[in-house]
Design a protein around this ligand. Structure first.
Ligand SMILES: Nc1ncnc2c1ncn2[C@@H]1O[C@H](COP(=O)(O)OP(=O)(O)OP(=O)(O)O)[C@@H](O)[C@H]1O
Length: 237
């Protein structure tokens, strides 16, 4: 018998936006369940980041409801552009994150060691990340996100800037986290990777929901049964 998968995030955005346009995005509804990887897709300006900001509670103009699993809102947000403190070393960033997440010391040390090794930053752990390359800084954001093993990951365009090995390590880590039962919402423009790894897709255009479902649902919606995600994407937009 298939185990019932719980929703880790329910998104109901009636409308949300900015002072200039308070209803920049409208009618965006979807659910992320345990073990799912949902690709949040759409052209530049479609509303992906605005949707993520709505989920994170960062927008002044918001009507709707965002429900995380449980009271504790256990999520990790991995931003597209690294946000780091100039005066903290990589290790100090990790210690800081561990204290925010209230991680047990032994658990923290084990995870920290594993993540630094995976992402090949062991030798740099006592250096200031201001001097790191963009890709290395992005890896730090991944490490900080993976440290606390949350119920859901919200990842904004992870593929730009990471080298192929780092992408492989990142995808391996996501796969492990899905098996553990975490849900993932990931915005990206890299459609061939999205087609390969995502369980389903939320496609936005002009601040509206254009499609929501797995590849087969989206192919049916376009009337193109064998089309790639890329072809469906262009047909729908
Ligand atoms: N801080 C802001 N103030 C006003 N308008 C904004 C702000 N941020 C984004 N917008 C507008 O909201 C719309 C959606 O932008 P958003 O950044 O959500 O798109 P996106 O799908 O993430 O695009 P991209 O793929 O280029 O990152 C755009 O028209 C954009 O100009």
């Amino acid at each position: 018998m298939l185990e019932e998968r719980l929703a880790v995030l329910n998104v109901h955005i009636e409308e949300a936006g900015y002072d200039e346009v308070p209803d920049m995005i409208k009618g965006i509804h979807f659910t992320v369940k345990q073990g799912e990887l949902i690709g949040l897709l759409g052209p530049n300006g479609a509303g992906k980041s605005t949707t993520i900001k709505s989920i994170l509670g960062l927008l002044k103009h918001f009507k709707g409801n965002i429900a995380f699993k449980g009271e504790s809102k256990s999520y990790a947000y991995i931003p597209e552009h690294p946000i780091l403190y100039d005066e903290l070393t990589l290790w100090e960033h990790m210690e800081f994150a561990a204290s925010v997440y209230e991680l047990d010391r032994a658990v923290f040390l084990e995870r920290a060691d594993d993540l630094l090794t995976r992402f090949r930053l062991v030798d740099e752990k006592h250096q200031l990340p201001g001097k790191f390359s963009k890709g290395m800084q992005q890896k730090i954001m991944l490490i900080l996100g993976f440290l606390h093993k949350p119920d859901i990951y919200i990842v904004d365009e992870p593929f730009i800037g990471l080298d192929p090995k780092a992408i492989k390590d990142f995808l391996g880590m996501l796969e492990e986290e899905r098996k553990r039962g975490a849900g993932i919402l990931m915005s990206t423009h890299v459609l061939d990777t999205a087609e390969r790894i995502c369980s389903s897709f939320v496609l936005l255009s002009g601040g509206r929901l254009v499609a929501n479902g797995n590849l087969q649902d989206i192919q049916e919606q376009c009337g193109m049964p064998d089309a790639t995600l890329f072809d469906c994407f262009h047909s729908l937009l």
